[in-house]
Design a protein around this ligand. Structure first.
Ligand SMILES: Cc1cc2nc3c(=O)[nH]c(=O)nc-3n(C[C@H](O)[C@H](O)[C@H](O)COP(=O)(O)O)c2cc1C
Ligand code: SF4
Length: 404
């Protein structure tokens, strides 16, 4: 039985700083300050922690680049935008353990000598924004932000609420949004570690990524690798919804079979699941023994994404599901580049036809060709992945896996 790490305080949430301290809180920050920034970054690097926001980039490497930057003005950004359909683990993480999330932010700021920390939170997460604000104020009042800012001053943490655009979760669009511009992605390179927020070196991390940090620093670099698989060390939060008896957020070590997660959530006799969120892939029962790790997902031509799983029974018209996803992407495309702006709309039109039981091989062939163009020629991850689920559905249909 897995001993929860990220959700360790779920049964008795630490709603005030005293309770957090009494349950071992802030030990990671204390240790980081004792061992120094360089050693803190080394521990995070050696732990094997990779980003949980979807891209899976090594966290320590990101921090090291910013730590070594010449420019003394640099930023840390916490990405709490979480706007992908079916994803709600960051919200639960903040709800269950806001101090642990903030402790991770403080450690990151210390490690990279951040000028200031920004928390960018989904606009609808009003309650979670208030929770983080109150906790940050309590930490400041108790003196925990002292010495973490520039030249030994107190660190300042600014919370910004998003305006309701999925694209503002993409890191460069998020920076533009904080700066007061339209949230439109920028081409990379330069990467955020070189020119991020205000064109300054910036480390940006997902909420779940950062919640791992206090335990990693406290327990040392080898600890995370005692959980999960060699190529996917640690634990993962999964947001489970759809046709299951117990929807919710589940914490599991990487490598646990998908079927085990489905059993925990009370899933019976499913037609398929959508794994990895709107930009993920449909996975069918023949692959339910797949281990939940980055490498196994890749072998199965699937993706874990940010860990969203939506379950569908045999009554569900999966083409209708794809049509809803198509509508989402067409609506959320920022419109900056043609392959995505036009492609997501044409894709949605064809998916409407297929969801109504009309259309044939012409639509399917065109969808595949369109998908290739969007994947190859779009500027950012939205356009590049807007057709991933559709392609997996076309392949599954050709193999006779669809029930309706
Ligand atoms: C369209 C789009 C939306 C994204 N939304 C989020 C989001 O809501 N939260 C998040 O952490 N990362 C999101 N990302 C990934 C971020 O760009 C970035 O990789 C991530 O915040 C880095 O943190 P990590 O290394 O801790 O995963 C999104 C990416 C794309 C392309
Ligand atoms: S791929 Fe889509 S969302 Fe990304 S920049 Fe181009 S139009 Fe905007």
């Amino acid at each position: 039985m897995h001993e929860p790490v990220l959700l360790q305080r779920q049964a008795t949430p630490a709603r005030d700083l005293g309770t957090y301290l009494a349950s071992g809180g802030l030990a990671g920050l204390k240790k980081a300050r004792e061992i120094g920034a360089e050693e803190t970054v080394r521990i995070v690097t050696e732990s094997g922690l990779v980003g949980r926001g979807g891209a899976g980039f090594p966290t320590g490497r990101k921090w090291e680049s910013v730590r070594m930057a010449q420019d003394p003005e640099r930023y840390f950004v916490l990405n709490a935008d979480e706007s992908e359909p079916g994803t709600f683990k960051d919200r639960v993480m903040i709800d269950v353990d806001p101090y642990m999330v903030l402790e991770g932010v403080l450690i990151a700021c210390y490690a990279i000598s951040a000028t200031r920390a920004y928390i960018y939170i989904r606009g609808e997460y009003r309650r979670e924004a208030q929770i983080l604000q109150c906790c940050a104020e309590e930490l400041a009042a108790a003196g925990y932000l002292e010495g973490l800012g520039p030249e030994g001053s107190a660190l300042s943490i600014e919370i910004r609420r998003g305006g309701g655009a999925y694209i503002c979760g993409e890191e460069t669009a998020l920076f533009r949004s904080i700066e007061g511009y339209r949230g439109e992605p920028m081409s990379k390179p330069p990467f955020p570690t070189v020119a991020g927020l205000f064109r300054k070196p910036t480390a940006i991390n997902n909420v779940e990524t950062i919640a791992n940090v206090p335990d990693i620093v406290t327990r040392g670099p080898a600890w995370l690798r005692t959980l999960g698989t060699p190529r996917s060390p640690g634990i993962k939060l999964f947001s489970v919804s759809g046709h299951v008896e117990r929807p919710g957020v589940y914490e599991l070590p990487f490598g646990v079979p998908l079927r085990e997660l489905l059993d925990l959530a009370g899933a019976h006799d499913l037609q398929a699941i959508l794994l990895g969120g709107a930009a993920g892939t449909f996975v069918f029962p023949r692959d339910f023994d797949m281990p939940l790790s980055y490498e196994a997902a890749q072998e199965h031509h699937a993706t874990l994404g940010s860990g969203a799983l939506i379950a569908f029974d045999h009554e569900t018209n999966l083409w209708r599901v794809a049509e809803r996803l198509g509508s989402f992407f067409a609506h959320e495309s920022c419109g900056q580049c043609v392959p995505c702006r036009v492609g997501t709309r044409r894709q949605h039109e064809m998916l409407e036809t297929l969801a109504e039981g009309r259309g044939g091989s012409d639509e399917r062939d065109l969808l595949v060709r369109l998908s290739q163009v969007m994947t190859d020629a779009s500027i950012c991850g939205l356009g590049q992945t807007a057709s991933t689920a559709v392609r997996s559905l076309i392949e599954a249909e050709a193999e006779g896996l669809l029930a309706v």
